[in-house]
Design a protein around this ligand. Structure first.
Ligand code: PEP
Length: 252
């Protein structure tokens, strides 16, 4: 059964004492939710991964990283390898987040290298794609998504029985309080599903989770998750607050 994936991206937030306080609250409240059809992932900053693993050991929470290099080791100052992440218990890695693309200049090709590396080391990439407001206004949304998917999945020729996740995150909706309407999101998710069918076959494409991200809140989660091609959410701001993220997890 394809479980809904509820993923929190903490970005560059939380010191270790804040991490402790968060999990103390979140883990306790999580016991009140039926998780049989849900998977929960949290991606803390690199500095908090080991501690987060320790605090969540034995709980249903999966650990994610916010980026990764494609090599095992070497002269890549400032980078972290998939192998190092795996050793910490990380299962998912976000690649190509719009902040990586737009603030740090990561290209479609670089993102593709990261996705391939993460996949090769046995971790699950969460490949983020999304158009800017200008691109949407120029009716280029699907064209942009297509090139991001083509380059982003270029190194992953076959998925086999492995897991792969795509996150549609319109840049204009990230951290802005503006959410794509369920119809806008569903249109792009349907397009992504068709693209995946073309690449990996229809049957496999149905198993790949496509998340929506961009100002998801406890108030708008219900209408988004009802869409046939929305298989979960990637949550930034609202995942920083254990009460809000718990509500999202409960409603989804
Ligand atoms: C994100 O960082 O992936 C994100 C979707 O952020 P927010 O939920 O704050 O818009």
């Amino acid at each position: 059964m394809k479980k809904v994936l509820l993923a929190g991206n903490w970005k560059m937030h939380k010191t270790l004492s804040e991490v402790k306080a968060y999990f103390e609250k979140f883990l306790k409240d999580l016991e009140t939710i039926d998780l049989s059809a849900k998977e929960i992932m949290i991606a803390p900053p690199f500095t908090a991964l080991a501690y987060s693993r320790k605090l969540t050991e034995g709980s249903p929470i999966k650990l994610g990283a916010q980026n990764a290099c494609w090599e095992e080791k070497g002269a890549f100052t400032g980078e972290v390898s998939p192998l190092m992440l795996k050793e910490l218990g990380v299962e998912y890695v976000i690649v190509g987040h719009s902040e990586r693309r737009h603030i740090f200049g990561e290209t479609n090709e670089l993102v593709g290298k990261r996705a391939e590396g993460v996949f090769r080391f046995g971790l699950t990439p969460i490949l983020c794609v999304g158009e800017t407001l200008e691109e949407r206004q120029q009716n280029k949304t699907l064209e942009v998504i297509k090139s991001q998917l083509e380059a982003g999945l270029n190194g992953i020729k076959e998925v086999g029985g492995r897991d792969l996740v795509i996150a549609y995150e319109p840049v204009w909706a990230i951290g802005t309080g503006i959410t794509a309407t369920p119809e806008q999101a569903e249109e792009v998710h349907g397009f992504i599903r068709d693209f995946l069918s073309g690449l990996y076959g229809k049957e496999k494409a149905e198993t790949i989770r496509i998340l929506y991200g961009g100002s998801v809140t406890p108030e708008n989660i219900e209408s988004l998750i009802k869409q046939p091609n929305i298989d979960g959410v990637l949550v930034g701001g609202a995942s920083l607050d254990p009460d809000k993220f718990l509500k999202i997890c409960a409603v989804a």
